[in-house]
Design a protein. Structure first.
Length: 401
């Protein structure tokens, strides 16, 4: 059996999209982004938001025409050719696998800092078990986690505004490269909206529901991130924000608020992991069906989940969190995902039927993705390019398995 069932409603798809975005990046990206962009942090946020919007419109337009699992891997194959699709799929797999490991380690850092790696491995096992239970349970669990995360965030922001006053401080110096790097770091926090497209084979009425779910999820998160950025800059000042590794924790000195924040971070990481692991599994399933990964990974469990690819993902990510330092995971992940969306924009550019948005949006998204990807720290660019090249070399071997 290799077919998935359409069990996911518009609401469930939207919840998975929001839950995929509101994760560790929300709690960890604003400090490094402020350090890179300085006084132009808002410009970095605007650039990241514009690129995210362009990517979302391309993904929504393509998913309406190709409502099947795999996202841009499928879109690239259909619109540009097999190698383009493979490059997008491989970029997604490597980038998001790094994200899974990084988010699991973030969870471990907050929940059990003295046993970070063990806690990270355990949360991966729990999330894999929930995903194995079926996509409707994934959506339900994501909804519960999202409520916990948003409640925690509301408490922390409320405490910050009640305990602090606006800070006027000299802004950190800015540069064009710094602004682009800041946008890349903030893009990591946005990424997740097109996770809905990778679940296209399981969404009811996909031609109508997928575009609506993507745009609704993105709009909600854009508004939330703008509120968080305004609160952090106003209450901490851009210079203090730039020097903070956990800026939301700096908003309040209350022990009770800190406990609530820790619960929110743990919930956010768990929610993102649910969406990430589900999306990676569906993209891997689509690639295995086409022979771009070993064919044995294309199996679908009677519960409606690609269990073999998800088991492989679990093994790889547990090994990563136990044995590999991942301090550069955000940059590495952003590089891979930006290349993935570059292919999405190029694919949407070629569409004639199912066109919903003007081509200039896709051109802007393509240029933006490439510019921000190449502006990331040199180590992230070199590592990402190296792993992408290795994947392209391995494709013929995968096709023989």
């Amino acid at each position: 059996m290799s077919e998935l069932k359409r069990r996911l409603s518009l609401g469930g798809a939207t919840v998975i999209g929001i839950g995929s975005m509101i994760g560790a990046g929300l709690f960890a990206s604003f400090g490094p982004a402020a350090a890179a962009a300085g006084g132009l942090l808002y410009l970095s946020l605007v650039i990241a938001a514009i690129i995210a919007f362009c990517n979302a419109t391309s993904s929504a337009q393509l998913a309406a025409q190709y409502p099947t699992s795999g996202g841009t891997y499928v879109f690239g194959r259909e619109r540009l050719g097999p190698w383009w699709g493979y490059a997008a799929g491989w970029s997604f797999l490597i980038g998001k696998t790094a994200s899974v490991a990084a988010m699991a380690l973030t969870f471990g850092h907050y929940v059990a800092p003295d046993h970070r790696e063990i806690a990270a491995a355990l949360i991966l096992l729990v999330v894999a078990g929930i995903n194995h239970a079926g996509i409707t349970r994934t959506a339900g669990a994501t909804a519960v986690i999202l409520v916990i995360t948003l409640t925690s965030l509301a408490v922390v922001l409320g405490a910050g505004w009640s305990e602090r006053t606006a800070v006027a401080s000299a802004p950190v110096d800015s540069s064009a490269l710094g602004v682009l790097q800041g946008a890349g770091l903030l893009f990591f926090a946005f990424a997740g909206y097109a996770r809905i497209a990778t679940l296209g084979e399981e969404v009811k009425d996909p031609e109508r529901s997928i575009p609506r779910a993507i745009m609704t999820a993105l709009g909600f998160v854009l508004a939330l991130y703008a509120l968080v950025a305004f609160s952090l800059v106003t209450l901490l000042g851009i210079d203090a924000l730039a020097g903070s590794t956990h800026p939301l924790a700096d908003l309040s000195d209350s022990p009770a608020v800190q406990v609530i924040l820790t619960a929110g971070v743990a919930a956010a990481c768990s929610g993102s992991l649910l969406g990430l692991m589900a999306g990676i599994g569906r993209t891997g399933l689509a690639m295995a069906r086409e022979g771009d990964l070993p064919g044995g990974l294309a199996a679908v469990h009677p519960r409606g989940v690609p269990h073999r690819i998800e088991l492989l993902l679990l093994i790889v990510t547990v090994l990563l969190v136990l044995f590999v330092p991942l301090e550069g995971a955000i940059g590495f992940s952003s590089f891979g995902v930006l290349l993935y969306y570059a292919v999405a924009n190029l694919s949407a550019w070629t569409q004639t039927d199912y066109r919903r948005y003007p081509r200039w949006l896709q051109a802007l998204g393509l240029v933006g993705c490439l510019a921000v990807a190449l502006s990331l720290p040199a180590g992230s660019v070199i590592a990402g390019a190296g792993v992408l090249t290795a994947g392209l070399i391995l494709r013929p071997a995968f096709q023989r398995l």
